[in-house]
Design a protein around this ligand. Structure first.
Ligand SMILES: [Zn+2]
Length: 219
């Protein structure tokens, strides 16, 4: 409750995209994975999450992530149950169609989760961050210093032996390392993860909490 929920298309996206960040927040982080094909990737996902120090991942085992009302509702149900302050998901311009679909589903589910007409006890997510897996963010809004947890992230990558075997030239190991170094340079630290801060629509009348009487910060 009040932590971080990473919602991803496939096992391994959580580690590549935000593994260092969720490890940094330990017990306050959870993972929702929408698919698990083939099914033996469940074991890899659970092993990676254990290394990152987070509780057992929630897996929906959908065959595909084509946006639908039922899938949106399933995701909203998890958001209402987990009550995260921050949700992390994929980029809207990711190269992978599943990732783009997941972005759209998650944005819609965040909206549904806050609706008093859908839930007796709705939940308002405060912040949506978008992560980079293989598609890079041109100008990140948020750079998280993961120097402390980079070792865990690298170990979690090793848990995905079926994926690593697809690229024998150590693509994933090198990409994870170089990307974190690059973001570290931008963030003035050794290793970092980058995110886009995605505005939430927060449609009235469901968002009383956003009401303000001043646009200026008060001391
Ligand atoms: Zn993926």
């Amino acid at each position: 409750m009040g932590g971080i929920l990473a919602i991803v298309s496939h096992p391994d996206d959580e580690t590549f995209g935000c593994g260092g960040t969720i490890a940094l927040h330990g017990g306050e982080s959870s993972v929702l994975c929408l698919t698990c094909n083939p099914r033996d990737r469940r074991g890899e996902l659970e092993a990676a999450c254990e290394i990152l120090g987070i509780a057992k991942p929630i897996i929906l085992i959908e065959d595909d992530v084509t946006p639908s009302r039922s899938l949106t509702r399933h995701i909203a149900d998890v958001i209402v149950a987990e009550k995260p302050s921050v949700v992390i998901t994929h980029l809207s311009f990711d190269y992978h169609a599943d990732h783009r679909a997941t972005h759209d589903l998650v944005k819609e589910a965040i909206e549904w989760a806050a609706h008093t007409t859908t839930y007796k006890k709705p939940h308002l997510v405060e912040r949506l961050l978008l992560m980079e897996v293989n598609t890079l963010i041109p100008s990140p809004h948020v750079v998280v210093d993961i120097t402390e947890t980079m070792d865990k992230k690298k170990l979690a990558v090793k848990a995905y032996s079926t994926q690593l075997a697809k690229f024998p030239w150590d693509y994933y190991d090198k990409f994870v390392e170089k990307k974190a170094r690059l973001r570290g340079v931008q963030g003035n630290c050794t290793y970092a993860e980058a995110f886009i801060d995605e505005p939430l629509s927060k449609n009235s009348p469901f968002y009383k909490a956003k009401t303000t009487k001043t646009l200026l910060r008060r001391k």
